[in-house]
Design a binder for this molecule. Structure first.
Ligand code: WT7
Length: 678
């Protein structure tokens, strides 16, 4: 076994004023959270506003063998998360505190909004939605860039008890339509477009495409609300002949029977809207995420438990204090943005930076320019961003002071020690605590992390369980392993932030998360526990891919590929990639008489970008006359992963229906076409 990795002590300046100052203190709190979770969370709930508080203890059954899997926290208590993240702070006198510094793609574009102003805007938009017939329980699809209206729209839904379903603005028309159809959303909210770097993303145009697909499926959205965001520049670019990707002759098309301008609706809307008092177990939002098979899953979170979880993990993982300025670089379209841009920070009354742009525009020092501009003290990003910035060297980092930084968070994939050290030594100047937070869309918030004032860090290890979390590592036989070990990461008891179901499909919820290892919640991740009890994530143990921190289902890519006329069958695997973590390697079986050319490979790449979204772009495509399958027809991706990296060690191939395909694919590897942009 490898020698135990070196410990890095927490930043002393953080420890001095930390909520949790030592590992002993952490252990004490942790023990209490495990021994008596109801009283632990009830104390935390005291800090929030409840219209009515029940004395119900939480209830849970995570064991499929004992019937329906079900989790409830604080059922019978009523609250409203929007009230808790806005009104509560305004009422306690913090209304003039800045909630968000908005920083546009163009460094010259910025604005700010206080808690009081945000509350007013949210109330107005709640009234707009109400006026359009949106009621408690209705779904609202949101397809917006990183602008304040996105936060306003989601909080307005939360205020009314409508379920927001946010779709990341990098998804295609097809993906958006699929999510609208599955959630049966009443209303879609989008913007004219957004510039990221020099590139326009024509959101309205993409949304129009989705609306059309919905109409073909006989589903009518009631309205599409459009935020006027960058149409002036879109029009100007158009007049100047700058191609910007939109398909219509005007910068955007307008559908009279469906489309409504946001600003027209907001004009004159009433500035007060009474929140709906909802049960703690009423749905708050759904967010689609990919699994190893099938269509995306609508992970559903509820009001009370999620609120406690997002708020508490934010407070402790980043050791939040009132004078902090916090900057999370994620997009609200993913769970990180839901929990750690909107709900967690606002629940704590924090001031955050909301950033529309990309890390390399106008140059690779953009993040550090923002850090200095707003005196950011807590910063949260993904390993893929750290690795991308590493390629520019230290100069862009050193150009800025960054002396305000205290805690640096990371999320999305295991951080390789080299990137960790760059984060720690160069970006953090060796004096910041790093919080490597392991969690998932399904968990609602952080599950395993170090606490920045308390827990010594190890580069590459996520660390120790958060309060209330009982991780276990199990083997193939569903046996719990003890001490240092490696296996599948499962969780043993429920916690307030766990998703309650998959929208409209509780059976799939049980099948995917609770059946593989009966008695536990299964994360899908592999994990090692070391001598100090630290957890080291080793990547997915299912067929889910992680490209630049984005979770991608193999089935979605494969179904996009086989929709192309020339493709009969496809199998996609991940291969290690220096910057993206994983790159997509696609094997395609072509229809009879079709030649595998670079033109076809290019078309297939475009097909995936169009069907799923540009972030899921394939890197390599190889023709596969046959795929390695078991006799029952299951594709052996384990072998394909070896073939993709050109390895001759294919493992056991004796169970294949036709072992000869392996040699054939191995020979064909050199003819794989690289379709990734260089
Ligand atoms: C998967 C969840 C949670 C927000 C971002 C992604 C991987 C996430 C870490 C980490 C190692 C990590 C896991 C997990 N992952 N954070 N700190 N160390 N792996 O959310 O799309 O739900 O993906 O991301 O594989 O299962 P998601």
């Amino acid at each position: 076994m490898a020698a135990e990795a070196a410990f890095y002590p927490p930043n002393p300046a953080v420890t001095e004023r930390a909520h949790v100052k030592s590992n002993e203190e952490y252990k004490e709190m942790y023990q209490r959270s495990i021994d008596d979770p109801d009283s632990f969370w009830s104390d935390i709930a005291d800090g929030f506003y409840w219209k009515q508080r029940s004395t119900n203890k939480h209830s849970e059954n995570l064991d499929v063998r004992n019937g329906r899997v079900e989790v409830e926290w604080m059922k019978g208590s009523s609250t409203n998360i929007c009230y808790n993240v806005l009104d509560r702070h305004v009422k306690s006198g913090s209304g003039s505190k800045v909630a968000f510094f908005w920083e546009g793609n163009d460094p010259a574009d910025s604005s700010k909004i206080t808690y009081e102003e945000l509350l007013k805007e949210v109330c107005k938009f709640s009234n707009v939605l109400k006026g359009k017939g949106v009621k408690r329980g209705d779904r609202v699809a949101i397809y917006l860039p990183m602008i304040v209206e996105l936060v306003i729209a989601m909080l307005a839904c939360a205020r009314l008890g409508a379920v927001h379903s946010i779709v990341f603005s990098g998804f295609s028309s097809d993906s958006l339509a699929e999510r609208i159809l599955d959630s049966q959303a009443k209303i879609l909210i989008t913007s004219d477009g957004v510039y990221r770097g020099d590139k326009l993303i024509p959101l309205k145009d993409i949304a129009d495409g989705a609306v059309e697909i919905c109409q073909k499926a006989n589903f009518e959205l009631k309205h599409c609300v459009v935020v006027r965001h960058c149409i002036e520049r879109m029009n100007k670019d158009r007049t100047n002949g700058v191609a910007n990707g939109a398909s219509s002759t005007d910068a955007i098309k307008w559908n009279q029977s469906l489309d409504l301008w946001w600003h027209d609706l907001m004009d004159g809307a009433d500035e007060w809207c009474e929140p709906e008092w909802l049960d703690a177990e009423d749905p708050l939002f759904m967010l689609y995420t990919s699994g190893s098979t099938g269509r995306p899953k609508g992970v559903l979170h509820t009001c009370g438990g999620y609120m406690l979880w997002a708020a508490t993990t934010f407070k402790y993982s980043f050791d939040y204090h009132e004078d902090d300025v916090y900057f999370c670089t994620a997009d609200i379209g993913w769970i990180t943005g839901h929990s750690y841009i909107t709900y967690g920070p606002l629940a704590n009354g924090a001031t955050s930076v909301l950033f529309e742009g990309v890390p390399t525009f106008p140059d690779a020092s953009r993040y550090w320019a923002i850090v200095d501009k707003y005196n950011v003290s807590k910063f949260y990003t993904a390993p893929t961003a750290v690795r991308a910035l590493m390629t520019f060297g230290t100069e862009p980092v050193k150009k800025y002071k960054r002396t305000s930084l205290q805690v640096l968070g990371t999320v999305g994939e295991p951080i390789n020690p080299e990137a960790w050290l760059f984060y720690y030594n160069v970006i953090g100047d060796g004096r910041c605590s790093i919080a490597d937070t392991w969690w998932q869309t399904e968990t609602g918030g952080h599950m395993i992390t170090t606490l920045p004032g308390a827990t010594p860090m190890k580069p590459g290890a996520a660390g120790l369980p958060f309060f209330g979390i009982k991780p276990v590592i199990v083997n193939d036989k569903n046996e719990e392993l003890h001490g240092p070990c490696e296996g599948y990461l499962c969780i043993k008891q429920s916690w307030p932030g766990i998703m309650r179901t998959l929208f409209g499909n509780h059976e799939r919820y049980e099948d995917v998360y609770f059946k593989p290892f009966p008695g536990y919640y299964y994360s899908g991740d592999g994990c090692r526990r070391d001598e100090s009890g630290y957890y080291w994530l080793t990547g997915r143990s299912d067929d889910v891919l992680n490209v630049s921190g984005h979770r991608i289902g193999t089935a979605e890519i494969e179904s996009a590929l086989v929709e192309h006329d020339s493709v009969c069958e496809a199998a996609v695997v991940g291969m290690d990639h220096e910057l993206k973590g994983q790159a997509l390697f696609c094997f395609v079986t072509l229809a009879a008489g079709i030649d595998f050319t670079s033109e076809l490979a290019g078309q297939l790449k475009q097909q995936v970008r169009r069907k799923v979204g540009p972030f899921a772009s394939p890197d390599y495509i190889q023709e596969a006359p046959g795929l390695p399958k078991t006799r029952s027809g299951k594709i052996m991706r384990r072998i394909l992963r070896k073939l993709a990296i050109g390895s001759d060690d294919h493992g056991d191939i004796s169970t294949l229906a036709d072992p000869a395909v392996v040699a054939q694919l191995s020979k064909g590897r050199s003819l794989a076409i690289r379709v990734a942009a260089s």
